[in-house]
Design a protein. Structure first.
Length: 119
């Protein structure tokens, strides 16, 4: 079986438009740097193809939905990270202020406790 199916631009755009609507209504915005956002969304689609769920594209999956449930996008760390740093760990979801550069763009440290690294 081919586990590395190519992801079309259309698929990425479809996901972008779908999530944008839902997440903006909750106060979470996509990184305005569209290339970064599209790369991360492509990573989510690839992970969905590989594991059956949209595991965070910046973390190593345990390939077990139960072990990875805290890092299925949007992960449980997004809210505190956006609150504290204006961005999630991957810089996919950000605050409006972060996009407008009113919030400094700092490295977002991994908030996931090491014992949860189910690998
Ligand atoms: S860090 Fe960002 S991209 Fe990764 S799972 Fe959390 S919300 Fe999604």
């Amino acid at each position: 079986m081919d586990n590395n199916k190519a992801v079309s631009r259309e698929e990425v755009e479809k996901l972008y438009n779908m999530l944008k609507k839902v997440q903006e209504a909750k106060g979470y915005f996509f990184n305005a740097h569209k290339e970064t956002t599209f790369d991360l969304l492509e990573g989510l689609i690839v992970n969905k193809q590989r594991y059956g769920y949209m595991c965070c594209p910046c973390r190593i999956a345990a390939e077990d939905r139960e072990k990875d449930k805290d890092i299925i996008c949007p992960c449980v760390y997004r809210a505190p990270d956006v609150e504290e740093y204006g961005s999630c760990y991957c810089n996919l979801y950000v605050s409006q202020e972060w996009n407008e550069e009113k919030t400094p763009h700092v490295y977002v440290p991994e908030r996931r406790p090491p014992e949860k690294f189910g690998i």
